[in-house]
Ligand binder design. Structure first.
Ligand code: FES
Ligand code: FES
Length: 163
């Protein structure tokens, strides 16, 4: 039986991207499979780990819990979209690199996107607020200190070291 597909259009990392998707395809699978944006990682696929976090109309959401059709007409920013057109890392990305927030890297996109959303709405968070904002992102390497340091540095407006 042919699966029904529905036409949707996302503004994906700043570019309008029309496509057709099965109604039950998650946004995470749509990004990875149909748009090859594999920076969005899938860990639990149950809304627990935060690895699949993307920005949906500026809000950090778990893309494994959103159907692609629900995002129709929205702006979606993935970790790839945080990088400048010239390939320059965003301040949060650069701070993760500079403060050992990367580690194995699997959870990193989710942390970077969540931290970016936090600093958008609260440019000078306290440590408590940073911990709270990142509490939905799990890191199996348990390297939270480097991640906290990185977010603090990005909040302080520390500029990345020269490439
Ligand atoms: S993969 Fe979405 S929260 Fe874990
Ligand atoms: S860096 Fe490995 S799981 Fe977080």
């Amino acid at each position: 039986m042919t699966e029904v597909e529905i036409g949707i259009e996302l503004t994906l990392n700043g570019v309008k991207r029309p496509s057709r998707v099965p109604p039950r395809r998650t946004l995470a699978d749509h990004l990875r499979t149909d748009h090859h944006l594999t920076g969005t990682h899938l860990g639990c696929e149950h809304g627990v780990c935060g690895a699949c976090t993307v920005l949906l109309d500026g809000e950090a959401v778990r893309s494994c819990l959103v159907f692609a059709v629900q995002a129709d007409g929205s702006e979606v920013t993935t970790v790839e979209g945080l990088t400048g057109e010239d390939g320059a890392l965003s301040p949060v990305q650069a701070a993760f690199r500079d403060h050992h927030g990367l580690q194995c890297g699997f959870c990193t996109p989710g942390f970077v996107v969540s931290a970016t959303a936090l600093l958008e709405r609260n440019p000078h968070p306290t440590d408590e607020e940073i911990r709270e904002a990142l509490s939905g992102n799990l890191c199996r390497c348990t390297g939270y200190q480097g991640i906290l340091k990185a977010v603090r540095a990005a909040a302080d407006g520390e500029r990345p070291a020269v490439e």
